[in-house]
Write a protein that binds this ligand. Structure first.
Ligand SMILES: *[C@@H]1O[C@H](CO)[C@@H](O)[C@H](O)[C@H]1NC(C)=O
Length: 139
């Protein structure tokens, strides 16, 4: 009886140790990919196309704040396009790279091109955290 229990415990341990290999115990992977890591915690990105004018005044009123996307959209907008009233689309704007608007707000406050999300159709690629790291109030 006692021996049976011991054997059961040993079998259990073997099972756990062979299934639960941790990155720290992996052998050097060199240039190869032996799958001995876990990237499940990373976030994910999606393209959101043809969004109607948001009418959210925070877009034009937030100046050059590059984190207003987190406040309004719960994520990191990494690139976006604007559809002008002529019907044509802008090229890609990337926050902090090429998205300064030549218009200014009152007081000479600079703004980003995403100011036009307020009254223009727009598309963007947004990256969000893994669900387990969601900010309160975000979906
Ligand atoms: C979030 O990360 C955990 C690991 O930290 C992972 O198990 C889970 O699948 C991830 N969720 C999504 C939706 O990717």
């Amino acid at each position: 009886m006692f021996t049976t229990k011991i054997i059961a415990v040993i079998l259990c341990c073997l099972l756990v140790s062979s299934n639960g290999l941790q990155p720290s115990t992996c052998s050097n992977q060199g240039d190869g990919n032996y799958g001995c890591f876990d990237i499940a915690s990373q976030g994910s990105c999606t393209e959101v196309s043809n969004q109607p004018a948001s009418r959210d005044i925070r877009w034009p009123h937030s100046g050059i704040d590059s984190n207003i996307d987190w406040a309004i959209k719960c994520g990191d907008i990494i690139a976006y396009k604007i559809q002008w009233f002529s019907g044509g689309w802008s090229g890609w704007y990337v926050p902090g790279v090429n998205d300064m608007d030549t218009k200014v707000n009152n007081g000479n406050g600079l703004r980003r091109m995403w100011s036009y999300f307020y009254d223009h159709t727009h598309s963007y690629i947004i990256c969000k955290t893994n669900d387990s790291n969601k900010l309160r109030g975000c979906q």
